[in-house]
Design a protein around this ligand. Structure first.
Ligand code: GDP
Length: 200
């Protein structure tokens, strides 16, 4: 799938105010600075559809984009940013929890993790929570250009080992680099297959 059109629809912090349409949607989430905005811009071939964060933690909203007029890409706030106050963390958790709990249009979530880092509790806890709540997700490893191929394989193996302590199988995963434009096709094809499954 190529992205022919990508339009911003709405930003808000209330799941009830998300678009009413029944189009399938895909949510992107991860720690602040993981490379989420860059990934969204790579996928959509737009330079600044998602705002790359000079100030992590500032874009605490659910952002809907209409893609090819037939699905929604949802840019969710980055989590785990230390400088966000405790009370705003709580509000954040609440509306994100509500988004995942009530958004029936959500087909799958994409949890972004920086391929260079060892599995982080905050990401593992979040995946656990998605699993417990029956929300399908895939993992997107970002910034693959920062590692050599051998190290990429090793880091993914390490991730797998940790995940298999609690999961029966390794969730579907993608290796990406926005800097080197790697991974876009596989990811968009996967979304395309899911979209087609929704129709048939
Ligand atoms: P967000 O906070 O998750 O939206 O992350 P951004 O997309 O704003 O990126 C955070 C930082 O990581 C920026 O300095 C980007 O230039 C850098 N970055 C993002 N994607 C990549 C990538 O694929 N490779 C490399 N080397 N750096 C990246």
């Amino acid at each position: 799938m190529r992205i022919k059109s990508a339009e911003f629809v709405i930003s808000n912090s209330d799941v009830a105010k998300c678009p009413k349409s029944s189009l399938p949607e895909y949510a992107f989430i991860g720690r602040s600075n993981v490379g989420k905005s860059s990934l969204i811009n790579m996928l959509t071939e737009r330079k600044s559809l998602a705002k790359t964060s000079g100030k992590p933690g500032k874009t605490q909203l659910i952002n809907h984009f209409l893609i090819n007029k037939n699905w929604h890409l949802v840019d969710l706030p980055g989590y785990g940013y230390a400088r966000v106050s405790k009370s705003s963390k709580k509000t954040f958790q609440k509306f994100i929890t509500q988004y995942f709990s009530f958004r029936e249009q959500l087909v799958t979530a994409f949890v972004l993790v920086d391929i260079r880092h060892k599995p982080q509790p905050i990401d593992l806890d979040f995946m656990q929570w998605l699993g417990e709540n029956g929300i399908p997700f895939s993992i997107i490893f970002t910034k693959a250009d920062k590692l050599k191929p051998k190290a990429i394989t090793q880091h993914i193996e390490d991730y797998k080992t940790i995940l298999l302590e609690t999961w029966e199988e390794m969730p579907k995963h993608f290796i990406t680099s926005s800097l080197k434009s790697i991974g876009s096709e596989a990811l968009l094809n996967y979304i395309d297959v899911l979209n087609n499954n929704m129709i048939s």
